[in-house]
Design a protein around this ligand. Structure first.
Ligand SMILES: [Zn+2]
Length: 395
């Protein structure tokens, strides 16, 4: 008999714990959207009651997720202290492993990335050298505050298999094949490290910082080194069975074309990317051309490379049209440097997209060049993971 009230109490306690964390997450997201705010403003913006806000803030403060700050001089009247996302009491690292270069960025839970807190280096050719370089950069950036390191997001190119917990295959950076640099860094840094396929990271970055802020259905096409696709559908990243969905880059478009990093011939990514354009320029000038050199050549001698620009423009338009026709997104973000990062050349791509896309699908979709970077994506990824682990979002 005595057990009845106890059993009845238990689910209530679980519910109230969950409810508390959901409220805390809602306040965290309100701060992400609006920036630093007073307790009164947070009450108004979140729609929660003042005592609930007060309790949630105390809990967030004690866990180091938010901190108190003095209002700026411009603030009218005499409001109390402002609450902001932790920038001093918490640190996260965003690691970007890319084909030519890598970067490590330290930031707070506001996820703002800045050049003085970023270290960059050429991608080493050996996997252990790569881990050493990332660990050394991370430790130098975090300095004394290693105990405040909440987590690390690691953006990588290639096929990330979530079930196996590793990069099964990275066509343009084979030193990552069968590796999990996030797991290896977790051992070295002693904190949670999250492996993020780079297109997914870019999606999360664009949602936290860019034009995708309020969007639940959008796609992001990364056409820098390889051709990657991230699709956010109904607020969730489309992952497939093992997290490997979205490999549009390895669709064959030229059956007898050049050999791709995946082993096949004539994949879309051998014709539609910045790397493809740089390779074509290298063939034209007879010497190696990296992305920076390609950007310079295109700016200084555009008339000499019309054929190469046209070829890649045409294939990038086919890639964009495929995404819009298949996924019907409200917005498509294109991440790239040589075409997407250059307004005039991007206009020419969009002109070709009109001819390749179904009219009704194109009418639904706005196409933008991305505003966020892989650095922001890696940081946004770990912040998203930390908040998700803490409480589910109510949308
Ligand atoms: Zn391929």
């Amino acid at each position: 008999m005595a057990k009845i009230p106890e059993a009845a109490e238990r689910p209530e306690r679980i519910e109230s714990g969950l409810l508390r964390r959901i409220n805390e997450r809602r306040l965290f997201e309100t701060l992400q959207q609006h920036g630093p705010a007073s307790r009164a403003s947070l009450t108004r913006l979140s729609g929660l009651t003042a005592p609930t806000v007060s309790k949630a803030i105390e809990s967030l403060l004690s866990r180091g997720f938010v901190e108190e700050t003095d209002p700026t001089e411009q603030t009218i009247g005499r409001p109390g202290k402002l609450i902001r996302l932790a920038t001093e009491s918490a640190v996260v690292l965003g690691v970007v492993i890319d084909v030519e270069n890598c970067s490590v960025t330290a930031t707070g839970l506001d996820g703002r990335v800045a050049e003085p807190h970023t270290s960059r280096f050429a991608t080493p050719t050996d996997y252990l050298d790569l881990l050493d370089a990332i660990e050394a950069s991370g430790r130098a950036l975090v300095g004394e505050s290693l105990d405040r390191l909440q987590g690390v997001g690691v953006s990588v190119p290639g096929l990330v298999n979530d079930r196996l917990g590793e990069i099964v295959f990275s066509p343009n950076l084979h030193l990552l094949d069968k590796r999990n640099p996030a797991r290896d860094l977790a051992d070295r840094l002693g904190c949670e490290c999250l492996l993020l396929q780079e297109s997914y990271a870019l999606c999360l970055g664009e949602r936290l910082h860019g034009a995708a802020r309020a969007l639940d259905d959008f796609a992001l096409l990364d056409v820098e080194a390889g051709l990657g696709l991230g699709v956010m559908s109904g607020g969730r990243l489309l992952a497939g069975h093992s997290g490997m969905a979205g490999e549009l880059g390895h669709i064959t478009v030229a059956p007898d074309g050049m050999r791709c990093g995946c082993g096949n011939r004539g994949c879309l990514e051998t014709l539609a990317t910045d790397a493809a354009l740089a390779r074509m320029l290298a063939e034209a000038v007879g010497q190696p051309v990296d992305l920076a050199a390609a950007a310079t050549l295109l700016t200084e001698r555009p008339a000499d490379f019309q054929h190469e620009i046209r070829t890649v423009t045409e294939h990038l338009a086919i890639a964009i049209a495929a995404v819009i026709n298949i996924f019907n997104p409200t917005a498509l973000f294109v991440h790239g440097r040589l075409l997407a990062g250059h307004p005039e050349r991007f206009e020419r791509v969009l002109d070709r997209v009109k001819q390749r896309t179904l009219t009704a699908s194109l009418a639904d979709c706005a196409i933008h060049a991305t505003r966020s970077s892989k650095r922001q994506g890696a940081v946004a990824g770990i912040i998203h993971h930390l908040t998700n682990a803490w409480a589910p979002s109510l949308g």
